[in-house]
Design a binder for this molecule. Structure first.
Ligand SMILES: [Zn+2]
Length: 412
């Protein structure tokens, strides 16, 4: 049997007035996801445990089958794994966003989706400016970079315990209340202040201003942690697999899980990504391995922007250009179990993530159909089933000979 996870990041949402009380998933035209629900099951599950923050790190760990309580140390160490950075025992990885601060507010946590090429010119200048500090920055993708801090004068406990806010949670809000707090807070705040001088003078920033693009103005450090300890898919399930995502965090989880990371040209993590390339890379991989995880970031990004029309488009593109070809593939092969799910809610109303139950739909051999005929939050809620431990969903898909929604809930 083959297993396919189709992850629409942040596509779940609340009922909103502009859609006459429907959710975006409910309002969007999504025949392929509906078909999966019709052929199989659709119910709610909780990728985010009640006591943990609603981040893509926690949500995607759950979808890969890891109990976030046992596994999660921070987002940045997972991204470091993706970049091939091995953290020493005295090192803590931080996520380092290039952000645009304006009028005291977090104007853009992406610096207007700055390109990797531009960022690759800024990060080395920052490293020069930080030469006397125990931090080394590593260029990632677009606005997403890493800072590896050696516990040198600072304790590991203080570095891991410092309270940092994910910048995507505070779009358009005053950022000052969310600056790092704790014993290592001063250290991080000093770095952020120093970065602002370097970035303001940087040719890349000036060129972006001239072109009318948003310039970066600062780094923003958050998401820190030490190296996580994780089982691999081969250890736990005896299978190999592959992951395709524009997001380093997701690829980092894949690397820790022992999966092959598929590199596809033209992945952007946004509406203009190479959907067809991602799908064909994943489906080709299923000729050699038994598991594939396709992650699409655009529903999340458009939700953070608070743009309903773009979120609907992101969901419909995901359905038509990712879910539909995968559905066709699975039907043709006849030996593929497919699950479609988000990793968390990203609410248009608040432009940020939320915990709580989200819908999944699953079909394939041994998946006993329920009565649902379409895929959305209210459709999942109709069954009355909520899988409380979301991290057991994918292991159940892989391990259970028969998947019956009600029994799955009892036995897991
Ligand atoms: Zn997410």
């Amino acid at each position: 049997m083959k297993f396919l996870v189709l992850l629409g990041d942040g596509m779940a949402d609340f009922a909103i007035p502009e859609l006459n009380g429907r959710t975006p998933l409910e309002a969007a035209h999504t025949p392929a996801m509906d078909e999966i629900a019709r052929r199989g099951i659709c119910a709610l599950f909780k990728p985010i445990p009640d006591d943990l923050p609603a981040g893509s790190d926690i949500g995607n760990l759950s979808l890969f089958g890891y109990n976030p309580h046992e596994t999660f140390t921070g987002r940045a160490p997972l991204e470091a794994a993706r970049q091939g950075i091995r953290l020493a025992a005295d090192e803590v990885a931080f996520r380092c966003n290039l952000v645009t601060l304006r009028d005291g507010a977090m104007h853009s946590f992406t610096s207007g989706h700055i390109s990797t090429e531009e960022a690759a010119q800024i990060i080395p200048s920052l490293n020069e400016a930080f030469a006397d500090q125990p931090i080394t920055l590593h260029t990632g993708v677009s606005y997403r970079h890493l800072g590896i801090v050696k516990a040198n004068g600072l304790s590991l406990d203080d570095l891991t315990a410092v309270r940092c806010e994910p910048p995507h949670n505070i779009t358009d809000q005053a950022y000052a209340p969310y600056l790092p707090k704790g014993k290592a807070g001063d250290f991080l705040n000093t770095l952020m202040e120093r970065s602002q001088e370097v970035i303001a003078d940087h040719p890349v920033s000036r060129a972006r201003v001239e072109r009318g693009d948003l310039p970066p103005t600062s780094v923003w450090l958050w998401g820190q942690g030490m190296s996580p300890k994780m089982w691999t898919y081969r250890d736990r399930f005896g299978i190999d697999g592959a992951v395709v995502s524009a997001v380093d965090l997701v690829n980092g989880i894949g690397i820790c899980a022992g999966l092959e990371v598929l590199n596809v040209p033209g992945m952007t993590g946004y509406l203009d990504t190479n959907y067809e390339g991602k799908v064909s890379a994943a489906l080709d991989a299923l000729d050699r391995v038994d598991f594939a995880y396709i992650h699409l970031e655009a529903p999340d990004e458009t939700s953070h922007e608070g743009k309903l029309d773009l979120k609907l488009r992101a969901i419909e593109d995901f359905d038509k250009r990712v879910v539909a070809p995968c559905l066709e593939y699975a039907i043709k092969r006849g030996d593929v179990r497919v699950v479609v799910a988000p990793d968390h809610i990203t609410a248009l109303s608040t432009k940020t993530h939320a915990g709580g139950p989200v819908p999944f739909a699953m079909f394939g051999p041994g998946v006993i159909p329920d009565a649902t005929t379409s895929y959305s939050e209210p459709d999942g809620a109709k069954t009355g089933l909520v899988f409380p431990r979301g991290y057991e969903l994918v292991p159940a898909m892989i391990e259970s000979p028969v998947v019956n929604a009600a029994e799955l809930l009892e036995n897991r």
